[in-house]
Write a protein that binds this ligand. Structure first.
Ligand SMILES: Cc1cc2nc3c(=O)[nH]c(=O)nc-3n(C[C@H](O)[C@H](O)[C@H](O)COP(=O)(O)OP(=O)(O)OC[C@H]3O[C@@H](n4cnc5c(N)ncnc54)[C@H](O)[C@@H]3O)c2cc1C
Length: 305
């Protein structure tokens, strides 16, 4: 136990719990206890926790909705810092809102739709947060978060400083932004809306998108969404895996979904090792049969496993 780190959390009154099972913190429902789960209630508390973790040499990782992560061996040494308490939404202008990193995308889609803008409807079925969504440039139905971002406020732990990025500085591309690999933490963002629409029409559109998802994807089984990043937006990996006969391929408790071959699902009791073995098998088969090796989209915590 790192008393110095815990002392800072206690002094600052930042909520934390030791030994929290990570299976309950992710949509995959996989993972043993982390060292501790820290739940800052605002950006200031999150920065204080990260600053203290760095000063005390405490391994840490930031999580949002846990919908694109795989908690692996070594998680018992990691302090997880959740952004979910940073969940404010402030109207800057009717068509520009400052949104906290911990706001869930379906909730934001609902609020924006009710305000008469269609811009976030595409995200009504993406079970992540705004912060995780910005890191991953989350998208669906031909739209993504990138074009809606005016600016992002981030904390850079290496230099202990706050940074504001404007859209052009985010290096946005398919499921990518500057935040993948730079260790900075998204605190909030100003998002802008440009698609006014009747709220009733938007609500009906959201219902239709959710129904289409339920029909095509294994939404009732634990998963982390699409396992692999498409090599380019036009390459339908799910269809390719289907053609390769991968549906139902199983390693331990992990299986390629029978409903959508792009998803690995936890059939019950899957371990991270099962998922990683299945990922390796899919990569080997795809490399052999189609000449490319798909790259996982899901993020491992800790990373170096
Ligand atoms: C059923 C299902 C359907 C899905 N459908 C889609 C879809 O249609 N489109 C799509 O794009 N994705 C989809 N996903 C994947 C996932 O929801 C997205 O990638 C989402 O953006 C992840 O957000 P999160 O908050 O859950 O991030 P997490 O899973 O908590 O974290 C993902 C990564 O981002 C980092 N991170 C999280 N928050 C921050 C922050 N504030 N600052 C810095 N780093 C941070 C984490 O450290 C981790 O490396 C789906 C997932 C599931 C389970």
């Amino acid at each position: 136990m790192n008393a110095a780190f815990e002392d800072v959390l206690k002094e600052r009154g930042i909520p934390f719990l030791n030994g929290v099972p990570t299976a309950g913190l992710c949509t995959f429902r996989i993972g043993g206890p982390c060292k501790r789960l820290i739940r800052p209630r605002c950006a200031g508390e999150l920065i204080a926790a990260v600053r203290a973790a760095k000063r005390c040499g405490e391994p840490y990782a930031v999580i949002g909705g846990g919908s694109n992560v795989l908690f692996c061996d070594g998680i018992e040494a990691v302090s997880l810092i959740s952004t979910r308490g940073i969940n404010g939404v402030t109207e800057v202008r009717p068509d520009a809102w400052r949104v906290g990193a911990g706001v869930l995308l379906p909730r934001l889609a609902h609020l924006v739709g009710r305000a008469g803008f269609d811009d976030m409807t595409f995200a009504c079925g993406i079970p992540g947060t705004v912060g995780g969504g910005i890191v991953m440039n989350a998208g669906a139905h031909g739209k993504c978060l990138g074009p809606r971002i005016k600016s992002v406020l981030a904390y850079d732990p290496e230099h202990d400083e706050l940074k504001t990025y404007f859209q052009k500085e985010l290096n946005i591309s398919y499921r990518k932004t500057i935040f993948q690999g730079n260790n900075e933490i998204v605190l909030d963002a100003v998002l802008t809306w440009a698609e006014p629409e009747d709220p009733t029409v938007i609500a009906a559109r959201a219902d239709a998108l959710l129904a289409a998802r339920r029909a095509a994807q294994p939404v009732s089984e634990p998963s982390a969404g699409s396992t692999f990043r498409r090599p380019s937006p036009e390459v339908p990996l799910g269809r390719i895996f289907d053609e390769l006969g991968l549906k139902g391929l199983t390693r331990g408790g992990a299986a390629v979904s029978e409903k959508h071959a792009g998803f690995i699902v936890n059939k019950g009791g899957a371990t991270a090792a099962d998922v990683l073995a299945l990922i390796g098998e899919i990569q080997t088969i795809t490399q052999k049969e189609r000449g490319f090796r798909p790259v996982p989209e899901l993020c491992r915590i800790p990373e170096e496993v």
